[in-house]
Design a protein around this ligand. Structure first.
Ligand SMILES: [Zn+2]
Length: 118
């Protein structure tokens, strides 16, 4: 019998990964470095008196993320505008490419964050 798997989001980097369903607590992180980073962040948070749901990150990291999200937000607006009415197949394709181009840097930046600690 094949083991059952479910898709989860990593608690640290939010990347999707699959876990095998079995006894015990399911994995919360996509890889060891993410678990380590989460642990370190929680250690740091308790040192400065933050709750478990607060996180300290650099202004640079926050600004970079905001920039990428802004680009993505604009792309969503463009696509919504472009797809009003009865778009053709080609227009759908173009809209999807546009959206993917805006979304990829966000996804890739999450990957880089994780890999940097490996
Ligand atoms: Zn992760």
């Amino acid at each position: 019998m094949a083991a059952e798997t479910v898709e989860r989001r990593c608690r640290w980097c939010a990347r999707r990964f699959t876990v095998t369903v079995g006894p015990g607590r399911p994995r919360e992180f996509c890889r060891r470095s993410c678990r380590q980073r989460d642990y370190e962040a929680r250690q740091r948070a308790s040192e400065v008196g933050l709750s478990e749901h607060e996180l300290v990150l650099t202004r640079q990291a926050m600004d970079d993320l905001r920039d990428r999200l802004y680009v993505l937000e604009c792309a969503v607006e463009d696509v919504e505008r472009d797809l009003v009415g009865a778009p053709t197949r080609a227009e759908y394709r173009e809209a999807l490419d546009w959206l993917l181009d805006a979304a990829r840097p966000v996804v890739e930046s999450l990957g880089r964050e994780g890999r940097a600690a490996d």
